[in-house]
Write a protein that binds this ligand. Structure first.
Ligand code: SF4
Ligand code: SF4
Length: 405
């Protein structure tokens, strides 16, 4: 946990050993004279794209709690209006699109800004050897007078020092992701790899990481809103874990909130896709993966891997994809845990079914010795059932007085 490093807004100056005024001056020197530590009326968000499939953009544009629209219209209480500069939704193009980013990099924007980075950061020196580039935004004059494309990573390096916060979205931007998988011919890496462990934003915040391939859109918009409330000075910085992930989103394994976890516990497992039991024997890594999609859903609390019948392949984790490959093959460790669950389940399942059948009966049905359901043959307690439940109920009521029963 990093609470010791990150302090609530009113203590930010102390992090750097500066008074609040001195810290505000330092921020203003980096981001323009109009900047002060909250409350802000508006915040610019520069969305940079590296080696990306745009899946993160799609996920975020579908977010519902809160929506991107509510952030952009300032309709969330105390949250400043967000001016989102994003190539996919911006009406402006060319110089009109680039101008705010250029001013931010030059320290003349006159307003605070947040940088969001989507996609891996490839080693541009590799592409430069042949006069090319991996991913770029805009162009500008080179030293020899020709026009050069400006790599996204270069924009990140220019903007990061003056940013109120830098947020890496998606597994490519957080940990390197698929472009940084074994082989990694592009030299790809995540934002933290480029900026380094010592990086702090102008307001003292390390890189915030929202992983996922694609990430849950709500995880991103919720974190942005929370960070903006911190920047406004009206809320403490939310808790982040040792990898800069929102702790409340990535503190549990996906298995713990999986709708199929009960099947695992009873030792029943799917044999093929479409079965409704636990998917671990089809290759699910959920028990060791930090992710909240099973409880939060993919969009608007709907969908998500196991909810939709898919296994977890660990896409939120720094070890993705290599340490989870080959996909759709049973994780070796699950042989032990699944076998243990199967053995336990051999005893637990029948006992639970006995209790379940008994609790599907009313006292009146017991008195009459029949169930008046026209829907099918309901279970009638046998003599053995009744004996079992006399003992079971005796234990259930032991230690309680008659009036509490
Ligand atoms: S499907 Fe995966 S996450 Fe769900 S209970 Fe099974 S192992 Fe756990
Ligand atoms: S459940 Fe697994 S594969 Fe699905 S989003 Fe979460 S980490 Fe990725």
């Amino acid at each position: 946990m990093v609470e010791a490093v990150i302090q609530p807004a009113h203590q930010v100056g102390n992090v750097a050993g500066l008074s609040q005024e001195t810290w505000a001056d330092a921020v203003a020197a980096r981001t323009g004279p109009a900047t002060k530590i909250g409350p802000f009326e508006s915040v610019h968000v520069f969305w940079l794209a590296g080696m990306s499939c745009d899946g993160c953009s799609i996920a975020v544009l579908g977010a519902t709690s809160p929506t991107v629209e509510s952030l952009m219209t300032g309709s969330l209480p105390a949250v400043p209006i967000v001016y989102l500069h994003h190539t996919a939704i911006q009406l402006e193009a060319g110089d009109a699109y680039m101008e705010p980013m250029r001013r931010a990099a030059a320290g003349t924007l006159g307003a605070p800004y947040v940088v969001v980075y989507e996609g891996s950061i490839a080693d541009e020196t590799l592409a430069d050897r042949t006069g090319g580039y991996w991913s770029a935004i805009g162009e500008e004059a080179a030293a020899d007078g020709s026009l050069r494309q400006v790599p996204s990573a270069e924009w990140l390096s220019r903007l990061a020092p003056g940013a109120a916060a830098v947020i890496a979205i998606g597994t490519c931007a957080t940990w390197g992701g698929i472009p940084a998988a074994f082989g990694n011919v592009t030299g790809s890496m995540g934002v933290m790899d480029l900026l380094g462990a010592d990086y702090r934003s102008a307001l003292g915040v390390p890189v915030v990481n929202i992983p996922g391939c694609a990430p849950v859109g709500d995880n991103f918009t919720e974190t942005v809103a929370a960070v903006l409330l911190f920047l406004q000075g009206v809320a403490p910085l939310p808790e982040f874990d040792e990898l800069g992930r929102p702790a409340w989103q990535f503190g549990e394994t996906v298995h713990r909130n999986c709708p199929r976890a009960g099947f695992y516990e009873e030792g029943t497992f799917a044999e093929q896709y479409g079965d409704h039991q636990c998917l671990v024997e089809l290759g699910c890594w959920g028990p060791v993966v930090n992710c909240n999609i099973a409880s939060r859903g993919a969009i608007n609390h709907v969908g998500g891997c196991m909810n939709a019948g898919g296994v977890c392949i660990g896409c939120t984790m720094p070890g993705f994809p290599d340490r989870f490959a080959p996909f759709y093959k049973k994780p070796p460790g699950s042989t032990f845990s699944a076998t243990g669950a199967k053995l336990t389940g051999l005893f637990i399942r029948p006992l639970r079914r006995v209790s379940e059948r008994d609790r599907k009966r009313t006292a009146l049905w017991d008195q009459r010795g029949e169930t008046p359901s026209p829907w099918g043959a309901a279970h009638e307690n046998t003599f053995i059932d009744r004996l079992v439940h006399i003992g079971y109920d005796w234990i259930r009521h032991s230690g309680t007085s008659a009036k509490d029963r």
